[in-house]
Structures are given as C-alpha cells and as structure tokens.
Design a protein around this ligand. Structure first.
Ligand code: FAD
Length: 318
C-alpha cells in the first residue's frame, strides 16, 4: 500500500515508522532482522531503508602510487526492502538518491522496484561525496531531488527515457521527499528553500519527511510556512534521541540544526553517556507526545541501529 494511503486510513491514529541503514558491506540481513524484530510489536506500516553513495578510497599500489577506487560501503537498499516486505508483510520505502547514478541507471532501479511491487520511494538528491566540497551529479544524472521526482512522475505516466517506447507500463509510485524545518544548509534562506520544496510537491511528490529536529516549535512553524505557500501534503516529523554528549556538536555539524538550550543544559550536567541517554530518551518522549497531541500523521524515528533506545521511547508514546 502507498504511504499516503496509510495516512488516509489511519482514522486519527498516530502511525509510527522507522528508518534503518543497510549493514556495512560484508554484513548480513540478520542484523537488520535483529533490529526490526523487536520494533514490529509497534506495528509500523512501513520501514524506510537509506541509500548510501559510493566513497572514494585511495589505495597504495605495489609501485608506491595511489589508486582512486570508488566503493559503496552500504549497498543493498533494494534487496533489503524486498526482504523486509517478505518477512514482515509491511511496506518498505527505499531511499533513492541522485548522486552516483545516471538517469538511465535510476530508470533501471525504478523498473526493478516496480517489478517487485514496491510502491513507495523517498526521492533525495544525496550529499557530496566524503572529501568533496560540493554535490556534483553523475554526467547524465539527476542534479536535484526535483529532477528525480520529475523522472519518477514521468514513469508513473508511462514515459521512459527512450522516446521510442510507446504505451510504456505506468508505474504507480508514491513519492516522498525531504523537508528541512531549520532550512537546508545550501539554501540562501528559508523562503527560497520552501519554494524549492514546493517545486518538488508541484512536480508530483506526495508527502514530506523532515530532517531531525529537537525543538518541536521548528516543526510547527515549518508546517505553517509550508501551508502558507500552498504545500498541503502530509509532513512527517523525523526525530531521534540524543545518546552521547559528543552529539551536541556532531549533530549540528552534520545536519545543520540547532539544539534547544534546555536540552543542551541538561546534557551538559550529565557525568557520562549513560546519563545523557536518559536525558535524550526523556526529551524524545516529550517531543513525541507533543507531536502526537498536535496531530502529526506519523512519527518517523531515525533508529541509527539503537533499537533498545527507540523501543523505550515508542513504548512510552503509543
Ligand atoms: P534537493 O531538494 O535537491 O535540495 C538540495 C539543495 O538545493 C537545497 O538547498 C535546495 O534549497 C536547493 N535547491 C533545490 N532546487 C533548487 C533550484 N532549482 N535551484 C537552486 N537550488 C535549488 N542522504 C543520502 O545520501 N541517503 C539517504 O538515504 C538520505 N535520506 C534522507 C532522509 C531524510 C528524511 C532527509 C531529510 C535527508 C536524507 N538524506 C539522505 C540527506 C539528503 O540527501 C541531503 O540533505 C541532501 O543535501 C539534500 O537532499 P534533498 O533531497 O533535500 O535535495
């Protein structure tokens, strides 16, 4: 079923979903099952699986030169989605990124998803490769999430890259996109960022999942701003708990978001990361309860592999 159909048929009940990362290359599917098995008691209608771009590694050759090799450290998104659907009978949402793909390769992935009867995708641009300053698309690839949404929407209309294909099979993808309550870091200001988000919705995106935030007010204001410019699709809050003191600086650096003073002060008082985890869980429960009360369609938890912590939070909220 499509993600948006779950929202439509929820009858006011708050849904829960989880996001998981493929294991590092060499790992097995069991690690994903070990993580998801305990979370299934919360009956998530869908599970997101992230996509990871290749990284460049420099390997020394026997001659003493350095050879640049591209390695995808966490492959397997599509296979993991198929496996999740098969094992649990829930839907899986593969993330699709522009980076590292030509449009033709993206089309092939979409065809695979269509044949697997996977009805949902989260369309993203992706970030620059590690050690690269700026995102650059593959030659012949999509340069932005907007272009990716347009490509998916074309396939939904039976239009393929090869214009010789007539009466092409129409896919029926439900398309999610990313939204940033605290602005995407590259956007010159919030207004323009929102206009770009609206362009993705106008191009056929059906719902938005937000970047994580720790201050609910940012999410509520974001919804207001979206609604004001005519973005009326469901906006799913993406959240995660703080679990380590070091995250006070690593999360803002990586995700370009602010930490509310009350949370920062509480974490600063902690003597160790066990105490930080307790603060983080308590904060995330309070955040979740308020989001529930104010009518969020679904709470989307970034699990980051920490199933015990996420379970404690969801147990307290649902
Ligand atoms: P876009 O919508 O293309 O926007 C990127 C930037 O370009 C923004 O600043 C936007 O304002 C600007 N922009 C858009 N259109 C235009 C235009 N026409 N002209 C000028 N500027 C424009 N990354 C991964 O690699 N794998 C994942 O699985 C993954 N999952 C994610 C899930 C969620 C819920 C979120 C919020 C992010 C995820 N990301 C993931 C990170 C994401 O790829 C990065 O945040 C990336 O930098 C931007 O992606 P986007 O889809 O928002 O890009």
């Amino acid at each position: 079923m499509k993600v948006t159909d779950y929202f439509k048929h929820a009858n006011g009940k708050l849904l829960v979903s989880f996001e998981v990362l493929p294991p590092l290359k060499g790992g097995g599917m069991q690690s994903i099952f070990d993580m998801l098995d305990p979370l299934m008691e919360f009956k998530p209608p869908f599970i997101d699986v992230t996509y990871h771009r290749e990284e460049y590694l420099y390997k020394e050759t026997p001659e003493g030169f350095y050879e640049k090799t591209a390695i995808r450290k966490r492959p397997g998104t599509v296979g993991i989605c198929a496996s999740i659907i098969h094992r649990y009978g829930v839907d899986a949402v593969p993330h699709l990124i522009c980076g590292g793909f030509t449009k033709s390769e993206t089309e092939d992935v979409l065809i695979d998803l269509n044949f697997l009867n996977i009805k949902n995708v989260l369309a993203l641009r992706g970030d620059a490769r590690k050690f690269e300053v700026k995102f650059s698309p593959e030659p012949g690839g999509n340069a932005s999430a907007l272009e990716l949404v347009q490509q998916i929407n074309s396939m939904n209309q039976g239009i393929y890259l090869d214009s010789n294909i007539v009466n092409g099979n129409k896919s029926d993808f439900c398309v999610g996109i990313a939204g940033y309550p605290e602005k995407h870091y590259e956007a010159p200001n919030m207004e323009l960022d929102l206009q770009f988000t609206k362009a993705k919705v106008d191009a056929g995106a059906h719902y938005i999942v937000t970047q994580m935030f720790f201050d609910n007010q940012r999410y509520f204001e974001y919804i207001d701003k979206c609604n004001k410019i005519g973005i009326n699709v469901p906006i799913v809050p993406g959240i995660k708990p703080l679990t380590k003191k070091a995250q006070l600086t690593s999360i803002p650096r990586q995700f370009y978001i602010n930490m509310p003073s009350d949370l920062v002060n509480a974490v600063m008082k902690c003597k160790n990361d066990d105490e930080v985890k307790l603060v983080g869980i308590e904060w995330c429960i309070a955040q979740s309860k308020e989001l529930k009360e104010k009518g969020a369609p679904c709470l989307h938890y970034y699990t980051m592999g920490d199933v015990k912590t996420i379970s404690k939070i969801v147990e307290a909220v649902y």
